[in-house]
Design a protein around this ligand. Structure first.
Ligand SMILES: *Cc1c(COP(=O)(O)O)cnc(C)c1O
Length: 306
C-alpha cells in the first residue's frame, strides 16, 4: 500500500528520485518545530517570509531553536497581500515560506526568488496546481486540506538536504529516519497513507495537477468576480495575491455578515465564517469542492445584495 501511494504521489507531483517522499504521523504544526530542529544549527539563520497566522507560528517555533530573520512582513497590510520586497540575511541556511495563507486567503503566485534552499509549508494548496519543485529543499503539508485525513503529513524533500540534518535528535524527530526506513520506523498511519493514495488516484483521473489548477482558478474567479462587482461585499486579499483555495471577504456590517452565514447554513452551505482572528467570511474551495457549490454561493451573495 505504501508503494502504491508513494508511486501515485510521485506520478501526480512529477517528483523524481532525488527527492524522498515521507509520511509523518503529525500535522503541519509539527514541522514548524522539526524543520529548525533538523536544519538550523548553531550560528545559522533561517529566513522566514511572514504572510499570516501560519508563518507566525513557524517563526515562533524556529526562534526556540535558533536565529530567525523575518525576510518580509505582510502585517502592515493586514496580510491582504504577499509582500514583493524581500530583505535576506547574509547567508540564510534556508528560506521558509507558506505557499497559501489559509486564514487571510493569500497565495504566492510563484515561490520567492531566494538566495538559499526553499522550505515550503504547502498545507493548504498542495496538489491544487503543478508543484514548483525547483530550488526547493523540503515541502511539507498536513494532509487534511487537499490530500486526505488529518493527523498525517506528506513531506517531499531532497535526499541530500535530509542528510545535512541534525543527528542529535530522537529518531522520530529526524527526517533522516523517515527517509532511511521508508516512514516505517514505527507503525505509520496506514489509513492516512491509503487515503492519500486514493486522493492521488482521483486527481490523476481528473487530468492531473494542470487540470486541477485550471478548475481551481475557474472556481475562485467566479467568487472574486462576484465580490469585485458587488457594492456590499469586499474581498480581503488584493489582486495578485489572491488565493484560489481560501476566498476571504467582508460585508458592510456584522449583521449582514451574520445574515449571510445564517442563510447559507439554512441552504446547506456550512463553514463560511471567517477565522476568529480575521472575522468576516471565508470560503474554502479546496480541490474536492465542486464548482456547483461556488455557483450557489454566488447566487446567494447576489440575492442578499438585491
Ligand atoms: C492547516 C494548516 C496548518 C496546520 O496543520 P495541522 O495539521 O493542524 O498541524 C499549517 N499550515 C497551514 C498553511 C495550514 O493551512
Amino acid at each position: 500500500m505504501l508503494d502504491r501511494t508513494e508511486a501515485l504521489v510521485r506520478e501526480v507531483g512529477g517528483i523524481g528520485d532525488e527527492l524522498a517522499i515521507l509520511f509523518v504521523t503529525a500535522g503541519a504544526t509539527q514541522h514548524f518545530a522539526m524543520v529548525p530542529q533538523n536544519f538550523l544549527g548553531p550560528g545559522e539563520t533561517a529566513d522566514i517570509c511572514h504572510t499570516g497566522i501560519w508563518s507566525g507560528k513557524a517563526i515562533e517555533e524556529a526562534k526556540r531553536v535558533g536565529t530567525v530573520h523575518v525576510a518580509c512582513d505582510g502585517k502592515a497590510d493586514n496580510f491582504a497581500s504577499i509582500p514583493t520586497e524581500m530583505s535576506w540575511s547574509k547567508q540564510p541556511r534556508y528560506v521558509h515560506y507558506t505557499s497559501n495563507e489559509t486564514i487571510y486567503g493569500t497565495q504566492w503566485v510563484a515561490p520567492p526568488d531566494a538566495p538559499a534552499p526553499l522550505v515550503c509549508d504547502a498545507s493548504s494548496d498542495i496538489f491544487s496546481r503543478p508543484l514548483p519543485l525547483a530550488n526547493h529543499a523540503l515541502i511539507y503539508a498536513g494532509a487534511q486540506k487537499n490530500l486526505g485525513p488529518s493527523g498525517i503529513s506528506l513531506v517531499i524533500a531532497r535526499k541530500d538536504f535530509i542528510e545535512t540534518g541534525s543527528r542529535a535528535l530522537s529518531p522520530l524527530a529526524q527526517y533522516r529516519t523517515y527517509a532511511a526506513e521508508r516512514s516505517m520506523h514505527n507503525t505509520p498511519n496506514t489509513f492516512g497513507i491509503w487515503m492519500i493514495g486514493e486522493v492521488c488516484a482521483w486527481i490523476k483521473a481528473q487530468g492531473g495537477l494542470a487540470a486541477m489548477a485550471e478548475r481551481n482558478a475557474r472556481k475562485a474567479a467566479l467568487l472574486y468576480d462576484a465580490l469585485d462587482s458587488s457594492k456590499i461585499w469586499k474581498a480581503h486579499a488584493k489582486p495578485g495575491s489572491r488565493s484560489n483555495m481560501n476566498v476571504t471577504w467582508r460585508g458592510p456590517s456584522k449583521d449582514v455578515e451574520d445574515e449571510l452565514i445564517a442563510t447559507a447554513e439554512a441552504r446547506g452551505m456550512s463553514g463560511l465564517r471567517g477565522h476568529r482572528s480575521v472575522g468576516g467570511m471565508r470560503a474554502s474551495i479546496y480541490n474536492a469542492f465542486p464548482e456547483e457549490g461556488v455557483h450557489r454561493l454566488v447566487e446567494l451573495l447576489r440575492e442578499l445584495e438585491r
